[in-house]
Design a protein around this ligand. Structure first.
Ligand SMILES: N[C@@H](CCC(=O)N[C@@H](CS)C(=O)NCC(=O)O)C(=O)O
Length: 211
């Protein structure tokens, strides 16, 4: 299978971190990869639009030609194909909570980070938009408080003592913020700041993250 991706872009980073965590945990995932330079418009070239009409990465292409073009669906496919190590949690309640926290991390943290960056210094050339930027900055406050509160029980990772997909998603957002020098006010969120440092020391993170 082949993964189309671009470094630092948050959705491909989420998938790359997830795969690196799985391999680190012993899963035998083998894949080719191809960089699609979305910052140079390569996502909009006809040969890529044929693979994903939305022109976005990541895209996972299986050996039989089947393609998956949503990061979470790629993860679901890989998680079912390579069940160990489990990256959602072992009990039903853990899995449900893990999926809930992953959705909150993506929709309420990663997305506002991406909106803010695209509204202020878009790497793909979107026009600046001060209203969007200011909305994104204000909507991220509550979710960061939420995760800060969640970690008050001393948990190491977002869902407990093991890394889950939620950590990959959150870190993909945090890396994008670091890359763009966006201030997430982590000094006022010491548990999240500690989570960020602890997660970034993991071998899979050191292999994938560049910012
Ligand atoms: N919902 C999709 C979003 C994919 C997405 O927006 N990817 C961005 C990079 S993070 C992209 O390729 N942007 C290029 C563009 O919009 O032209 C997913 O989760 O995979």
């Amino acid at each position: 299978m082949k993964l189309y991706w671009f470094r630092v872009a948050p959705n491909p980073t989420k998938v790359r971190l997830y795969i690196a965590e799985k391999i680190f945990g012993g899963a035998k995932i083998e894949f080719e990869s191809e960089v699609v330079k979305i910052v140079k418009g390569e996502g909009q070239l006809p040969q890529f639009l044929e693979k994903n009409p939305f022109g976005t990465v990541p895209v996972l292409e299986l050996d039989d030609g089947f393609r998956i073009s949503e990061s979470l669906s790629i993860i679901e496919y890989l998680e079912e194909t390579f069940p160990d190590p489990n990256m959602w949690g072992s009990t039903l309640k853990q899995r449900v909570r893990g999926k809930e926290l992953e959705r909150i991390a993506e929709m309420k943290v990663l997305e506002p980070i991406a909106q803010y960056i695209h509204a202020t210094q878009s790497p793909i050339g979107l026009p600046p938009n001060a209203v969007l930027a200011s909305n994104a900055l204000s909507t991220i406050v509550k979710p960061l408080e939420f995760f800060e509160g969640l970690m008050a029980d001393g948990r190491k990772y977002l869902c407990g003592e093991s890394v889950t997909v939620a950590d990959c998603t959150m870190q993909a957002g945090f890396q994008f913020a670091r890359f763009a020098k966006m201030d997430l006010d982590l000094d006022n969120h010491p548990r999240l700041k500690n989570w960020d440092a602890v997660y970034r020391e993991r071998t899979p993170a050191t292999e994938i993250l560049v910012a």
